[in-house]
Design a protein around this ligand. Structure first.
Ligand code: BF8
Length: 642
């Protein structure tokens, strides 16, 4: 019997079209480079793997083992009564609300656990258990002490004297850390909000008690068979979001400013072109700056620079990815090498001698990419390890922080000689000014004598500036990399709206040259251009990392205090947007903006379509309650920009 031979035709693997998936030339070049080398990146995986349609609608319930119960909206829509329900009877509203609330809880947990780590290091420093950290901004400690009920003066013989500073620092540290688990009372920072806003939260019964409790309660209430009223679930997840924005994230920002210095504007560059072929390149990626601060110090130390030179390099070049990158950018001028979607590409340059990661937004595929090159991929956080065997774990301990950092820098230097011939650094970078905090904006607006948000309000009242928008958040491989951010921001500044930016959006702005004062003359409407030129600021202000979105809340509060625009954040001509969001953290941020009275627009998509009633509640009814609301505009130009 003759054998039948069948030949299988192997379809070529689908890969991303570089020009169609990013507007950044460096990214496009590196996607092509990766494809030439046969290395897949997130862009290629997005081309081959479609998102789950039911998850996309927000109506897949997998909180018990009777499911997952899938409740997609019928293609023809719902006629009459909506009879969809899970095995337990959970309605699409309950399922979508639980999923949404759990995203808020996870996002709040991420920011707040970061805040807790910083508070723990702050306490070690205050107790003098580590010599590597010091207070760099004593003014910040004195500014936040009263919010925690910590006295900054003491009465001696009827005379009011300054209290011992070390004592203040220690008490601030203890009180700050207690915010995660204090048994009674409410979050200390809530009273920083304008009084009408605070009163609204109080009346609604939504003042967060402590950070951990709200996150735990959200997880409890959204587990099988507990809260089955979507409005009640939203109440709790809003309280959880508030303990992110006015709690964990805000404490992280303040304590970081106190220990590492409050940012003030500085000039540097952005994009992968900052990497140098003749230098040891160390890329720092993640979110918590407690280690990266030490890596900056270690890499600038003469012994490490000399060691690098002894190994044939001209020096050490640090670069950031994601929010750790933003932290060391705003305080030290370390240039970002890229944002979220560029992390694999930084290794594919072949010139990354070490990539040091901590927590959040780190692709597991970095390990697979690093395997193709000489790059040492180093995890440093006990809660964030990787299973691949080429990953090195060097656990960071604040008690010998500088020593750990030097060990990592030395490892990168020793690896310099192992580079292959395949180095290709895309020659694209742009100049940027970053590092605008609440205080530095105030200073720029009013100078030393009249530092105040009055100038901003005044220019809004006289019509030169039409408002303020926070454009923040991630990249998402389901949208064209950087395009949505740049499109909406250019449209906003063209319409005389001042833009505040953080996170990956801020890196995008730096990469595409929007963070210089000169930008004002090119892209802004005449009113905003005039103001920027007069006070010497860019029309787009880089305010730091994602936890630093909490800087926008006190900045808005300062605008309220400066007067003339109303007595609450909801009265301000202010809006927020996360045009390319992907992370649960973005949902938590969006919800605390909404609950603080800010109109917030998400790009891409929100997993709510399977539950139209719940979606309508979030998009249209929350405004009645909070003065702010969230919505989605899938294309940037469909977002309101004036
Ligand atoms: O916290 S913007 S992709 S890096 S989640 Fe992540 Fe999103 Fe970037 Fe920073 Ni924020």
């Amino acid at each position: 019997m003759s054998e039948i031979i069948t030949t299988k035709t192997v379809k070529p693997k689908k890969v991303a079209d570089a020009a169609a998936v990013s507007i950044c030339p460096a990214t496009q070049e590196m996607i092509v480079r990766a494809q030439e080398l046969g290395i897949d990146t997130v862009f290629d995986r997005a081309a081959t793997m479609k998102p789950c349609n039911i998850g996309l609608q927000g109506t897949c319930c997998k909180i018990c083992a009777m499911g997952p119960c899938r409740l997609p909206l019928p293609k023809a829509g719902i006629e009459g009564e909506d009879t969809r329900k899970g095995l337990c009877g959970a309605t699409p509203n309950t399922v979508a609300a639980r999923n949404f609330a759990r995203m808020v809880a996870a996002g709040a947990a991420a920011h707040s656990d970061h805040g807790r780590s910083v508070a723990e290091v702050f306490l070690s420093m205050a107790r003098k258990e580590t010599a590597d950290y010091k207070i760099k901004d004593p003014g910040k400690v004195l500014q936040i002490a009263p919010y925690f009920g910590v006295a900054t003066t003491v009465e001696v013989d009827g005379e009011e004297l300054d209290r011992d500073f070390d004592e203040i620092v220690l008490e601030v540290a203890e009180k700050a850390l207690a915010e995660w688990g204090k048994p009674e009372g409410n979050l200390a920072y809530l009273k920083r909000a304008p009084a009408p806003l605070y009163e609204r939260w109080k009346k609604l019964g939504e003042l967060p008690r402590n950070i951990d409790r709200e996150i735990v309660e959200t997880m409890h209430r959204t587990t099988m068979g507990v809260d089955q009223d979507y409005k009640n679930i939203v109440k709790q997840c809003t309280r959880t979001a508030l303990c992110d924005g006015w709690g964990g994230a805000m404490i992280a920002t303040d304590l970081q400013d106190a220990m590492f210095g409050s940012p003030s504007p500085l000039q540097t560059e952005a994009n992968m072109g900052i990497m140098k072929e003749d230098h040891v390149n160390i890329i720092i990626h993640g979110h918590e700056p407690v280690l990266s601060e030490m890596i900056v110090a270690a890499s600038q130390s003469q012994d490490m620079v000399d060691y690098a030179v002894s190994k044939g390099a001209k020096g050490i070049q640090l670069g950031g990815i994601c929010c750790t990158g933003n932290e060391i950018l705003q305080r030290h001028g370390v240039p970002p090498a890229g944002n979220f979607l560029q992390q694999e590409l930084a290794i594919i340059t072949g010139a990354c001698d070490a990539m040091v990661v901590d927590v959040q937004c780190v692709f597991q595929n970095l390990a697979n990419v690093a395997k193709c090159f000489h790059t040492k991929l180093i995890t440093t956080h006990p809660i964030a390890k990787m299973e691949q065997d080429n990953v090195i774990h060097i656990e960071f301990d604040e008690h010998h922080a500088l020593e750990d950092a030097k060990r990592i820098v030395k490892m990168a230097i020793d690896n310099f000689k192992n580079r292959g011939a395949e180095v290709m650094i895309p020659q694209h970078k742009a100049t940027q000014i970053a590092g605008f905090g609440v205080e530095s904006i105030e200073y720029h607006l009013g100078g030393t004598f009249r530092g105040s948000y009055y100038t901003l309000n005044d220019n809004i009242i006289n019509g030169r500036i039409r408002g303020v928008a926070g454009v923040v958040g991630c990249n998402n491989a389901r949208t064209k990399h950087n395009e949505e951010h740049i499109t909406i921001i250019k449209e906003l500044i063209k319409n005389d709206v001042l833009v505040l930016t953080t996170g990956c959006s801020a890196i995008t702005c730096g990469t595409h040259g929007l963070l210089t004062p000169e930008t004002a003359q090119v892209f802004c409407g005449p009113g905003l251009a005039e103001v920027c030129e007069t006070v010497g600021i860019p029309p787009v202000l880089h305010m730091g990392s994602c936890v630093d979105n909490s800087r926008i809340l006190p900045a808005a509060t300062e605008m309220v205090k400066a007067g003339g625009l109303g007595n609450d954040i909801r009265d301000l001509p202010a809006a927020g947007s996360a045009p390319e969001w992907m992370s649960e953290k973005a949902i938590a941020i969006g919800q605390y903006f909404v609950a603080s009275g800010v109109y917030t627009v998400f790009g891409y998509h929100m997993p709510l379509d399977g539950a139209p009633e719940f979606k309508n509640y979030l998009y249209n009814e929350l405004e009645e309650i909070y003065g702010g609301s969230g919505t989605v505009s899938p294309t940037p130009l469909s977002m309101p920009t004036r």
